[in-house]
Design a protein around this ligand. Sequence first.
Ligand code: AMP
Length: 232
Amino acid sequence: MKREYIFIGPPGSGKGTQTIMLSREYKLPHIDTGALLRAEIASGSEIGERANERIKKGQLVPIEIVSEIIKNRLKEKDCENGFILDGYPRSLEQAKALDKIFEEIDGTTQTDRKVFYFDIAEDSLIERLVNRRTCPKCGEIFNLKTIKGDTPPLKPLKRGDSLFCPHCEAELTQRKDDTEEVAKARFETYFSETHPLIDLYSKRNLVCTIQADKDIKTVYAQLKKAVEKNGN
Ligand code: AMP
């Protein structure tokens, strides 16, 4: 059965950490639209330039850009047995586009389609975002402060004032949109554009709610249980 997993939750809810773990264990490609867009920006492409204008403001990038990127990515060979979508769809319009993509790529293939909703109170999330650091090489996510319920699985290496990834020794970086001002805008975008998807997918009986305010291991245990369950 082809596993098609969609992750939805507010910025900083831990989707990135959990989807990386799930992708490693189940050997499913982790398709993170934010990371794909940041790679476009780093390459200096025209698409990257257009995307950057919106990302800097915490707004959604135009649908024709993201949907094209996703469609091409999901047609790649490594997605044949399934994939993890982290950050797409992010609006009702994108959900419609994804329905069409599924029709095109799946045909009569049997699929196990699930939507994991990361349910978490908003209060500590901005703090989580501004303290987030990432390894530019392997994508591992770190947090400088342990916040309510978080137990970081590994600590960055500290040399002088700089922090490095314990896996690959690359210096950790901070995302440009992980500032307080942009984070606030990203929350507004999430609640107005993305959150309504929970209603849409609930009506289709696809939603598995994950209590995301627990520590990393506990959240992962819930996620695995939901992944292994037949139906939703
Ligand atoms: P993320 O890494 O998921 O927090 O995404 C970072 C930024 O990339 C978002 O704030 C949006 O500006 C943009 N972005 C990521 N995914 C999408 C998407 N599906 N649609 C539109 N914009 C997106």
